[in-house]
Design a protein around this ligand. Sequence first.
Ligand SMILES: C[S@@+](CC[C@H](N)C(=O)[O-])C[C@H]1O[C@@H](n2cnc3c(N)ncnc32)[C@H](O)[C@@H]1O
Length: 295
Amino acid sequence: MLAYRHAFHAGNHADVLKHLVLTQVLRYMVSKDKPLRYIDTHAGAGSYLLKGKDAQKKAEYREGIGRLWSRPDLPPALADYVQLVQSFNLQPDENGVVPELEKGMTPPLALYPGSPSIASMLLRKTDTMRLYELHPSDVRTLATHFGHERRTNIIGGDGFAGLKAELPPSPRRAVVLMDPSYETVGDYGKVVAAMRDAVTRFAEGVYIVWYPQVSRVEAVQLPKRLMALAPKGWLHVSLTANKADGHGFGLMGSGMFVINPPYTLHNTLATEMPVLLEALAQFDEASYRIEEQPA
Ligand SMILES: C[S@@+](CC[C@H](N)C(=O)[O-])C[C@H]1O[C@@H](n2cnc3c(N)ncnc32)[C@H](O)[C@@H]1O
């Protein structure tokens, strides 16, 4: 089917939470001397033009990265994430044009990096990336950005099925991001099945699953089903930024479920989430939650 296009949502509150956590996990993993493999099972296009017509349709980024863009008072992990997005905006765009930057100013917010670009900025030469994506035009965009890199493989195929063949990786250190569109309700079951298989094949892996907070029983149950796969050694963080629309639909927030998280992640998020909540809240009952079951 593949009607979902991430360009409509790039940089929204859910991307902010997702990429904040991804940045922190990867920073920790690359602080160790050994090579790392990053596997993105649903990579998207890797880069999004925020002035493009898709991103402008609802301009969701304005209630996400847009609210953090020029804030000088962010705590360290949020400041780090925003700085990564700012440096991405200093790269030449698809037409080779470098955005103008006045001295001492933040660059204009024109581009938003997808998860492969965030990872690419953090990984070292000795690390490798495996990017799975089904949509042909996103695969082409990934190829434009990463096709020349020896450390990166782009696979135009199903990331749920592809993950089986990736595990265990060599070398045996990997971060897996599973970030489906949940366009069909079957994705919830596929996430649980893929994660069950993954922790059986490679128990030491660091697995990050994004899920939406929407009015759907499968979405509400997903974190509990993931907890059952990893009784010890998980962290769950969620942010409810918005209320449902008048019909009970819409993306209210999102969650990240991390299996084998860095031991530093809980304390980092405990500092950052109150600030993120204050910045991204769109209604009075907005809230966040952090739960952890250490290994
Ligand atoms: C939420 S977007 C990914 C966003 C990206 N991870 C990021 O953070 O920038 C989900 C992507 O998964 C792709 N997709 C859908 N089903 C897939 C599958 N079975 N395998 C791989 N990619 C899939 C969609 O085309 C879409 O680009």
